[in-house]
Design a binder for this molecule. Structure first.
Ligand SMILES: [Zn+2]
Length: 588
C-alpha cells in the first residue's frame, strides 16, 4: 500500500537531487539565452525546434520535480522531504521566470505571422498555437498589464484574501451531545454529514446565521470583485463576462448555452430524485440539510486493499482489457500510496508521469466504499495519463477542466455497475446508487444554480442595481429556486449561502462553475452511449482520452460523431441520470 517513488529518479541521494534541480535551472537559462528576443524572427522549422526543445526540457526534468512533490505529499513532516520540496519550488519559480518571455514572444510572432498556425510542419502543435492566438486580442500594452497587476494586488486579490481570512477566523457556538462547543468553520461543516438529522439542521442554521451577520463585508467584497471584472472586460475587449473563462477552458459559447439549457429543461429529473431520497429517509420533504446526507441503513461493508484492487481492475477490464492491465500495473509497480499515516497529505490525487508513460496516485485507504470509489476515480486519471503520454507531446497534455474528469468519472460509473451486479441487499444497492446520484446532483444541478447566480450579479450591476447583502441574497435564492423548485425546504438563513463560496472571490476565476457541469453531463452522456452501443463505443473513448489537449473539446466530440452544441447530445446524460434513479426506485 506504499508507493515506490525511487523509480522517478536515477539516484535518491538528496544532494544528487539538489544538483539535478540546479542543472534544470541552468538548462532553462540556456534555452532563454538561445531564444530571448529572437522568437519574432522564427520560421516554421525554427518554431518547431523551439517547441520541441521546450517539450524535451519538461520531460527531462519531470521526474526529479515530481519526486520532490510526491515525497512531500507522502510525508510533510520529514526534514528531507521539506528541504527537497522547498528546493523544487524555488527551482520551479526560477524556471518559470526564465521562460516567461516565451509566451509573450510567441504571441507577437503569431500576431505577425498567423499563417504559422496552419503550417503543416507545425500540425502537432496547431491547437496549442491556436489557443495563443485566441488570447492575443485581449492582451493590453505592457504598461497596462503591469498596472493591472499592481491594481489587483490591493484590489481583487486583497478582497479575496479578506474573505478567506474572515471565514477562517469565524467561530460558531453549537451544542453537540448536550455539550456546548465553539467550533471553527472548518470543524463545524463536518457536522453537515452527521447521521443525526437535528444536528445537521442546527449546524447549517448556526453557520449561516453567523455569516449573515457580516453581510456588509461579504457584499462589499463580492460587489467589488464582480464590478472589477466587468470593467476589466471592457479594457480587455471581452464581449461578455463569460468570454475570458470560455477561452481559458477552450470551449465555445454555443456549447455552454446548450449545456445550461439542457440542465434547466431537466430540473424535474433532479427534483424527482430529491423526492425519492426523502421517501427513502422516511420524510415528507428533504430539508436543505438532508440533500447530501447519508441514507440511513447505508452499507457497512468494508473492503481490503486486495478486494478493492480486484473490483477496480475488473471494472476497467470489463470496458477495455488494456485499461484493466494499466490499472493493474499501477498496483503491481507500486504507483499507489494508500496507507493511512501521519504527515501524509489529506484527500487524493493522481499525478501524470509523462516521461514514464504512467502516473502516481495518493489516497488514504480506510476500506470504506467511498475509498474504493476514490481509487477508481484516481485510477481513471491514471488511464488518461497512460493514453495521453503515449499519443501526445507534453504541450498537448495540458487538459482543461471540461475534459479532465472524463476518465475518472467514467471509471466511477463502471465501478457502480460492477458493484450493483454483485450486490444482493437493497440497502447496499441504495447506498451505491445514492452515492453516484448525490454527486451528480451536486456537481451538475447545484452548480447550475451557481452559474445562474453569477450571471445574475453581472446583469444586476449592468442594470445599475447596488449589490448590498439582501440584494445578493435575493439573486441567490432566485437562482437556487430555478433548480430546486419546491422539492426542498430551505432554512431562511440559507439565503446567505453565497457568502462562504471562495470561488466567487478568487481573482481571475470568473465562471469557475460550468466546467463542473460540463464534465459530469459529458461523462454521463458518454456512458449512456456506451450502454447503447456496447463494445463499438470503446474506440471513441480511446480517441477522446488519447487526444490530450491537442484538440478543443468541441472538435474532439465531432471526431467521435456527436455535437456538444446540440441539446440532444446533452440529454443523453440526463437519460443516464434518470436510468440510475429508476434503479434506485426499484429498490423500494
Ligand atoms: Zn478527479
Amino acid at each position: 500500500m506504499r508507493w515506490d517513488i525511487a523509480q522517478l529518479v536515477e539516484n535518491t541521494d538528496p544532494n544528487w537531487i539538489i544538483d539535478r534541480l540546479e542543472e534544470m535551472v541552468k538548462s532553462a537559462n540556456g534555452l532563454a539565452e538561445n531564444y530571448r528576443g529572437k522568437i519574432i524572427g522564427l520560421d516554421a522549422p525554427g518554431l518547431l525546434a523551439l517547441l520541441e526543445s521546450r517539450d524535451d526540457f519538461s520531460l527531462r526534468y519531470e521526474g526529479v520535480m515530481e519526486y520532490c512533490n510526491l515525497k512531500y505529499s507522502a510525508d510533510s513532516t520529514d526534514a528531507v522531504s521539506k528541504k527537497l520540496n522547498e528546493a523544487a519550488k524555488k527551482a520551479g519559480t526560477r524556471v518559470g521566470q526564465a521562460l516567461a518571455f516565451m509566451e509573450i514572444e510567441l504571441g507577437s510572432l503569431l500576431k505577425d505571422k498567423p499563417i504559422l498556425v496552419v503550417d503543416s510542419r507545425l500540425s502537432e502543435y496547431s491547437h496549442y498555437l491556436e489557443r495563443i492566438v485566441c488570447r492575443i486580442p485581449h492582451v493590453m500594452t505592457e504598461e497596462l498589464e503591469k498596472l493591472t497587476m499592481s491594481k489587483d494586488q490591493n484590489g481583487v486579490s486583497a478582497w479575496s484574501q479578506l474573505q478567506g481570512d474572515w471565514l477562517g477566523t469565524r467561530t460558531f457556538k453549537i451544542i453537540v451531545d448536550g455539550v456546548e462547543k465553539m467550533m471553527s468553520y472548518g470543524e463545524i461543516i463536518s457536522l453537515y454529514q452527521s447521521s443525526n438529522r437535528v444536528l445537521r439542521r442546527e449546524a447549517n442554521r448556526v453557520v449561516y446565521e453567523g455569516l449573515g451577520g457580516d453581510d456588509q463585508l461579504w457584499a462589499s467584497a463580492i460587489r467589488s470583485i464582480c464590478g472589477d471584472h466587468l470593467q476589466m472586460c471592457e479594457w480587455r475587449k471581452y464581449p461578455t463576462p463569460m468570454t475570458q473563462s470560455l477561452i481559458d477552458n477552450d470551449v465555445e459559447q454555443e456549447a455552454i448555452d446548450a449545456l445550461m439549457q439542457t440542465m434547466e429543461d431537466n430540473v424535474e429529473s433532479y427534483r424527482r430524485y430529491l423526492r425519492l431520497k426523502a421517501k427513502l429517509m422516511g420524510l415528507d420533504k428533504l430539508g436543505n440539510w438532508d440533500i447530501v446526507a447519508p441514507l440511513s441503513g447505508d452499507t457497512k461493508k468494508r473492503y481490503t486493499w486486495e478486494e478493492s484492487r480486484r473490483e477496480v481492475v475488473n471494472a476497467y477490464t470489463g470496458f477495455d482489457t488494456e485499461w484493466g492491465e494499466w490499472v493493474n500495473e499501477m498496483y503491481g509497480r507500486h504507483h499507489i500510496d494508500g496507507e493511512v499515516r501521519n504527515g501524509k497529505r489529506s484527500g487524493a490525487f493522481c499525478a501524470s508521469w509523462l516521461a514514464g508513460k504512467s502516473a502516481w496516485v495518493l489516497q488514504s485507504f480506510n476500506g470504506q466504499m467511498g475509498d474504493v470509489y476514490t481509487q477508481a476515480h484516481e485510477l481513471g486519471h491514471a488511464v488518461h495519463a497512460y493514453l495521453g503520454s503515449r499519443h501526445q507531446k507534453p504541450s498537448n497534455n495540458e487538459i482543461g477542466s471540461c475534459i479532465a474528469e472524463t476518465a475518472s468519472v467514467f471509471g466511477e460509473l463502471l465501478l457502480t455497475d460492477k458493484l450493483l451486479e454483485e450486490t444482493e441487499t437493497s440497502g447496499e444497492k441504495r447506498a451505491i446508487l445514492a452515492n453516484v446520484l448525490d454527486e451528480f446532483g451536486m456537481s451538475a444541478y447545484q452548480v447550475s444554480a451557481r452559474v445562474f447566480f453569477e450571471q445574475s450579479m453581472y446583469d444586476a450591476i449592468k442594470d445599475g442595481q447596488f449589490l448590498d447583502g439582501d440584494t445578493v441574497s435575493s439573486l441567490w435564492v432566485a437562482s437556487r429556486d430555478r433548480i430546486y423548485g419546491n422539492a426542498v425546504e430551505w432554512l431562511p438563513e440559507m439565503k446567505w449561502e453565497w457568502t462562504m463560496k471562495p470561488h466567487y472571490y478568487i481573482p481571475n476565476y470568473r465562471f469557475y462553475n460550468y466546467p463542473y457541469i460540463y464534465a459530469q453531463l459529458f461523462v454521463f452522456a458518454l456512458y449512456r452511449l456506451y450502454k447503447e452501443q456496447g463494445k463499438a463505443f470503446v474506440p471513441n473513448m480511446r480517441t477522446i482520452l488519447s487526444a490530450g489537449s491537442s484538440r478543443s473539446p468541441m472538435k474532439l466530440a465531432v471526431e467521435v460523431g456527436f455535437n456538444v452544441t446540440d441539446e440532444d447530445f446533452w440529454s443523453k446524460g440526463i437519460k443516464q441520470f434518470d436510468e440510475l434513479i429508476d434503479q434506485l426506485e426499484a429498490t423500494l
